[in-house]
Design a protein around this ligand. Structure first.
Ligand code: NAP
Ligand code: 8YV
Length: 309
C-alpha cells in the first residue's frame, strides 16, 4: 500500500477509509529522515498545513489533501514547482461558516453573553430587567471577500432586511454595492464581516484606518483568518471606544488569544469553530478522503486548489 503522512487529526470515518488504502504514518510518531522518501500523499488541515521543512523531507510527494477550504498554511508555489497536487474542501462548509458569522453578529448586537451572565448570576432577580440592546435588523453589512462563503453570508442575512456592501479584488455580477476601497466601505457599514483567505495579500488589510472608519457604533466580525485583522489595532480600538464590538472566530496566534481581548466586555470569542459541526466536518472529511482515493486510482482529484487546476 502507498504511504500517507497524517498531519493533525482525522475523524474515525476518515481513518477507516484511509487505513484501507494507505499505510498511515502519523507525523508525531514518524522519523521523516527514515521514511520521508516513501511518502507519496499527505493529509493535513488548514491550521497545520505542511511546514516547509516537512515538504522538503518528502522527495516523492505527489499530493496534499487539506481538510479545510483555506490553504494559506501550505506553500502552493513550492508544491506547484515540484508537481505536487494540492486539494481543499470548498463549498461543503459554506452554509455552516455563514451561520457562524451571523451568530457572532447577532451575539454582539443582542449582547447574548452579557444577558446570559445576568440570568446566571441572579442579577435579574436582584436588580430587575437587563439593559436594552441594539436591534440587528435592517443593518448595513460590508462583506470583505464576496466569494463562496461571503455569498452564503449575504443569503443568510437577507431575511434580516440587511443592506449588503462588499469589497473584493474584482466586482461581481450581483445587486450589492461594490467598493474598490475597503476603508470607504467600512465607513458606510454598520458591520464589517471578514471572509477572505489568509496569506500575504490579505495580511492585516483590516488595519487601524479601516477599524476607525467602522467607528464607535461599528461591529467587526472575523471568520476568515487571524492574519487578516491587525489584532493590536483592534484591541486598541475596542479599549478606547473607537470601535464598538468584535465577534471573532479566528486569531493571529491560535490557539493563543490575547488576555486583553478576553477581558473586554464588547467581544464575543469563539475557538475557530466556523465549520465545527458534526455534519459539516463529516462532509469535509469525506471530501478530503475522496480526493486522496481518486488521486490513487487515476491521478485526478475532485477539488484542486486554484493554483493546481
Ligand atoms: P473564495 O470563494 O475563494 O472567496 C474568497 C473571497 O476573498 C473572494 O471574493 C476574493 O475576491 C476575496 N479576496 C481574496 N483576496 C483578496 C484581497 N487581497 N483583497 C480583497 N478581497 C480578496 O473562498 P471561500 O471558500 O469563501 O473561503 C474564504 C476563506 O474563509 C478561506 O480561505 C478561509 O481562510 C476562511 N474560512 C474560515 C473558516 C472558519 O472556520 N473560520 C472556515 C472556512 C473558511 P475575488 O473573487 O475578487 O478574487
Ligand atoms: C477548519 C477552516 O477548521 O476550512 C477552513 O479554512 O478554517 C476550517 O474549516 C480548518 O481548516 C482546520 O481544519
Amino acid at each position: 500500500m502507498p504511504d500517507l503522512l497524517m498531519i493533525g487529526g482525522a475523524t474515525p470515518a476518515m481513518m477507516e477509509r484511509l487505513e484501507a488504502a494507505f499505510t498511515i504514518h502519523r507525523l508525531a510518531d514518524t522519523d521523516l529522515g527514515a521514511v520521508g522518501d516513501k511518502i507519496t500523499h499527505v493529509a493535513t488541515n488548514g491550521h497545520d498545513g505542511v511546514k516547509p521543512e516537512i515538504m522538503a523531507s518528502l522527495p516523492n510527494l505527489k499530493m496534499i489533501s487539506c481538510y479545510g477550504v483555506g490553504y494559506d498554511a501550505i506553500d502552493t508555489v513550492e508544491a506547484n514547482k515540484r508537481g505536487v497536487m494540492v486539494t481543499h474542501t470548498p463549498n461543503v462548509l459554506n452554509a455552516e461558516v455563514a451561520t457562524t458569522a451571523v451568530l457572532l453578529m447577532l451575539a454582539c448586537y443582542r449582547e447574548v453573553l452579557r444577558d446570559d451572565a445576568y440570568v446566571r448570576s441572579g442579577q435579574w432577580e436582584k436588580q430587575g430587567n437587563a439593559p436594552l440592546t441594539r436591534s440587528a435588523d435592517d443593518q448595513i453589512v460590508g462583506i470583505l471577500g464576496l466569494g463562496r462563503i461571503g455569498q452564503a453570508i449575504a443569503d443568510k442575512l437577507a431575511p434580516w432586511g440587511t443592506k449588503i456592501l462588499y469589497h473584493s479584488r474584482s466586482k461581481k455580477d450581483v445587486s450589492y454595492t461594490y467598493y474598490d476601497n475597503l476603508t470607504n466601505m467600512a465607513r458606510d457599514a454598520d458591520v464589517l464581516i471578514c471572509i477572505t483567505p489568509g496569506g500575504p495579500s490579505t495580511n492585516k488589510i483590516v488595519n487601524a484606518e479601516v477599524i476607525e472608519a467602522l467607528g464607535p457604533e461599528g461591529t467587526l466580525i472575523n471568520v476568515s483568518r487571524g492574519s487578516v485583522v491587525d489584532e493590536t489595532a483592534l484591541i486598541d480600538a475596542l479599549q478606547s471606544g473607537k470601535l464598538g464590538w468584535a465577534g471573532l472566530d479566528v486569531f493571529e496566534a491560535e490557539p493563543h488569544v490575547p488576555e486583553a481581548l478576553s477581558n473586554l466586555p464588547n467581544t464575543v470569542l469563539l475557538p475557530h469553530v466556523g465549520s465545527g459541526t458534526v455534519e459539516t466536518r463529516a462532509a469535509m472529511g469525506a471530501l478530503t478522503v475522496d480526493n486522496l482515493l481518486q488521486h490513487l486510482e487515476n491521478g485526478t482529484v475532485k477539488t484542486p486548489v486554484p493554483e493546481c487546476q
